[in-house]
Design a binder for this molecule. Structure first.
Ligand SMILES: C[S@@+](CC[C@H](N)C(=O)[O-])C[C@H]1O[C@@H](n2cnc3c(N)ncnc32)[C@H](O)[C@@H]1O
Ligand code: SF4
Ligand code: SF4
Length: 346
């Protein structure tokens, strides 16, 4: 099995990057303080602008949380330079707390990453679609495109995705799928649904929508509730057993209709005596202003930053004394202050 995985990595990434990925895995497994390899994956928030205000997204509640959260776009030249400096990374997801498709340079960024054979991905709410986006998606799509399907039709009129023009949602998704399917490059398409409140009641609608669009995979996940403690009454399902029954039913309906339905429960570490976090070794986050943060679960630079990659360069920050201390703490099962409340923290 492992050999098959390595063979796939080699085929997709070439020898140099495969060695980098294996080295990164080894450094994580050994919980090294100093990491010589690049992280296997990185999230780059190209923009923090977004037309929606989803009730499960910490971005929506930034003011109530007292979080300073600047709104803006990544500088084009600095972003391209950053991507060039990340040649050893296997996968970049161009997303954070904003809508990637409205970032004006998204296709240039995708092209730059592809030139370095970096696997590219992002998730879209499909809230906005225009001809320029469709042309860009046809010309230079990501390798993996995820649609966030947290509300897909009029039955979800409970504000899960505030500001979404739900009547146009399915048409928008269909137009985007047509564009990427007409591209010369193969694109993996994924539907993803967060369980928010009681929206699990409509999972079958999402399965039916996926089947109609010929999308073969639907991932369902519970919420990351960090930052959202004040709103849990609205955000968590009232009856978890009913929710699980609905998920099982969606899996069955999916199997009948050619859609593989997966489910990721909100992670709760079973064993607090083990190192459960891999992000500090394998998957950090960069905000649109270039701030490096430990992971997408701690994305607010006003709260915590490991430094600015535009000023200091990614690789220098990847082994700063600050991040090495965090790795050391986590490896020794001490929780860094910023990680308190995270299910992966010791
Ligand atoms: C933060 S959004 C950014 C990309 C784009 N705006 C979108 O909605 O697809 C990426 C994904 O995170 C999900 N998300 C938002 N808040 C979440 C939370 N508290 N827990 C888990 N997933 C969340 C969204 O539903 C979406 O699928
Ligand atoms: S569309 Fe994405 S970034 Fe915007 S509020 Fe919703 S989940 Fe957050
Ligand atoms: S312990 Fe949690 S918050 Fe801290 S770096 Fe890991 S995933 Fe992020």
């Amino acid at each position: 099995m492992r050999i098959m995985k390595i063979a796939k990595l080699l085929k997709e990434n070439g020898i140099r990057r495969t060695c980098g990925v294996l080295c990164n895995y080894a450094e994580y497994s050994l919980h090294r303080r100093h990491v010589f390899s690049f992280p296997s994956a990185i999230d780059i928030e190209v923009t923090s602008r977004c037309p929606l205000a989803c009730m499960h997204c910490p971005r929506t509640h930034r003011e109530a949380l007292g979080l300073e959260f600047p709104i803006g776009d990544m500088d084009r030249a600095k972003g391209l330079e950053l991507i060039r400096s990340l040649r050893g990374v296997r996968r970049i997801a161009f997303q954070g707390y904003g809508e990637p498709l409205i970032y004006p340079h998204i296709f240039e960024f995708l092209a730059e990453a592809r030139q370095s054979r970096i696997f590219t991905a992002f998730s879209t709410s499909a809230a906005v679609v225009n001809d320029k986006m469709l042309a860009g998606l046809k010309e230079c799509p990501p390798d993996l495109l995820t649609f966030s399907c947290d509300a897909v039709n009029m039955r979800y009129d409970d504000g899960v995705r505030e500001n979404l023009n739900i009547e146009h949602y399915q048409d928008n998704v269909a137009a985007i799928i047509d564009a990427v399917r007409s591209s010369a490059k193969p694109v993996e398409i994924l539907f993803h649904t967060c369980i928010v409140g009681d929206n699990y009641k409509y999972l079958d609608d999402i399965v039916a929508f996926a089947a109609k669009q010929g999308v073969k995979t639907l991932d369902i996940s519970e919420l990351n509730i960090s930052f959202l403690e004040k709103w849990l009454d609205r955000l968590l399902p009232q009856d978890k057993e009913l929710m699980m029954t609905a998920v099982d039913k969606a899996k069955e309906t999916g199997a009948e209709r050619g859609v593989t339905v997966g489910f990721t429960p909100q992670y709760v570490a079973q064993d607090k005596k083990k190192v459960n976090c891999r992000y500090l070794w394998q998957h950090p986050f960069i905000t649109w202003q270039g701030e490096l943060t430990p992971c997408c679960g701690r994305p607010f630079a006003s709260q915590f930053t490991l430094g600015n990659v535009f000023d200091k360069g990614f690789y220098a920050l990847w082994n700063s004394e600050q991040i090495k201390q965090m790795r050391h703490d986590i490896a020794n099962l001490n929780c860094p202050d910023i990680c308190r409340g995270c299910p992966y923290a010791p």
